[in-house]
Design a protein around this ligand. Structure first.
Ligand SMILES: [Zn+2]
Ligand SMILES: [Zn+2]
Length: 241
């Protein structure tokens, strides 16, 4: 099928809307209609040339969509399911997937390298960033990188769950292991920082201080759980501790 996609042709070049050919899903893959997708700074790292990659490429990894067709062997998902992709797959077959450390799945590292995907542009292969690629009307993704979500969840906010939200929540719950009643300071209230605030609230933190030089972040930070907000550019003199 032909679909419209925002294609990256090389570092430093703007994304360009093109009509690309998309093959149907192969074994273990799923065709998805992309309903919402967001721009992560990791996409920008590739677009800025800071992370090496092969072009032309389909970037994008934060998304939400609906399953249209399942390839051979896919039994866990069915057409009509609402899904979000996530960056670290769970292949279910490697040593790590058989252990509690599924975050080290061997496939996750394999997909960090460019390899042929399902898209092509004028007969030329288009790589899919880290085995995903969501800046398109439809995409084909590995089933082991998809999570089924509630069908009543709105696509726009949940497209963010697979990367930015989990990065922030994971930092609080699994890396810092914030305990109930703890005081938490969050430096930088972008997509990840705001989710650190949400994570701190979920962990039962007492004082949650959001720190950002953008005053427009205060209202959102407080809505997500910040109890204090500091704009360092307005602090005249910092007290020594
Ligand atoms: Zn991301
Ligand atoms: Zn695995």
């Amino acid at each position: 099928m032909n679909v419209r996609a925002a294609i990256a042709h090389g570092p430093g070049q703007p994304l360009s809307i093109e009509t690309v050919a998309l093959e149907g899903p192969g074994p273990g893959e799923v065709l998805i209609e992309v309903k919402a997708t967001s721009l992560c700074h990791s996409d920008l790292h590739v677009l800025d040339g800071l992370v090496p990659w092969e072009f032309p490429a389909l970037l994008g990894h934060e998304a939400a969509g609906v399953v249209v067709e399942c390839g051979p062997g896919v039994t866990r998902l069915a057409p009509g399911d609402h899904v979000v992709p996530f960056l670290i797959p769970h292949c279910g077959e490697c040593l790590y997937c058989a252990s509690p450390r599924t975050n080290l799945c061997a496939e996750a590292f394999a997909r960090l390298r460019p390899r042929p995907g399902r898209f092509s542009l004028d007969g030329r292969a288009v790589t899919q960033l880290w085995g995903l690629g969501t800046f398109a009307e439809y995409t084909v993704l590995p089933a082991d990188s998809l999570a089924r979500v509630r069908p009543d969840a709105p696509f726009d906010p949940i497209c963010y769950v697979g990367c930015g939200a989990t990065t922030g929540l994971g930092a609080v719950l699994f890396a810092a292991k914030v305990e109930p009643g703890a005081s938490v300071a969050v430096f930088g209230l972008g997509g990840v920082g705001l989710n650190v605030i949400q994570g701190a609230r979920l962990a039962g933190a007492g004082t949650i201080i959001g720190i950002d030089t953008n005053p427009a972040r205060e209202a959102l930070a407080r809505r997500l759980g910040a109890t204090e907000f500091i704009d360092p550019s307005t602090v005249e003199r910092l007290a020594a501790h």
